[in-house]
Design a protein around this ligand. Sequence first.
Ligand code: ACO
Ligand code: ACO
Length: 150
Amino acid sequence: MEIRALHTGEQAPTELLLLADPSPKLVEDYVARGQCFVAEADQQVVGVYVLLPTRPETAELVNIAVDEEFQGQGIGKQLVNHAIQEAKRLGFKTLEIGTGNSSIGQLALYQKCGFRITGIDKDFFIRHYSEEIYENGMQVVDMIRLSQDL
Ligand code: ACO
Ligand code: ACO
């Protein structure tokens, strides 16, 4: 499997990106402002992440997703670790990530990759999404913010 930046003019894998964020508008905005990387196996795109510069020396991993057929095989972890190395290489000092209060597996993955919880953006998903979202039997309301020094 290879993880690489999108080629110039190459279309971002929108369907995959929408697995991580149900808002087409936010996804389009992230892709336009950030840098998109894909994981490719046998010439098939199986994973994606977007690295977005936010503040001086700070970037955020705003969208990460693995094709459902390929989940649970370590690709997500490889993508997160690739993003950490890439952010370091680009000279960022801090990498941030955020996920829903209900995203138990994602919170495990990010902490296993070195992120620490720094705060809670209360009611983020109420303020920014028009529809109610449910996951693991819970409504997604708050965004858990995590960060790591690079
Ligand atoms: N308890 C403990 N550990 C857990 C749990 C849990 N409930 N769930 C997952 N994990 C761990 C796994 O054990 C594994 O760690 P390990 O290698 O130490 O065993 C790790 O978390 C996940 O492993 P991967 O197989 O690398 O993950 P995967 O390839 O399935 O990708 C991803 C994870 C990207 C979250 C994938 O499930 C996905 O695409 N989900 C849908 C989209 C999504 O929710 N994206 C994130 C939104 S937030 C954002 O984009 C910033
Ligand atoms: N994802 C989604 N839902 C989950 C997950 C998960 N990974 N793990 C548990 N749940 C849900 C279950 O699905 C269930 O909800 P549901 O009825 O809607 O399906 C609920 O959490 C737990 O169900 P119970 O069977 O009622 O819980 P249990 O009798 O096992 O008791 C407890 C839970 C007290 C935490 C028990 O596991 C325990 O004693 N653990 C060891 C001691 C401990 O950790 N105590 C808490 C320390 S913090 C404190 O005391 C304040």
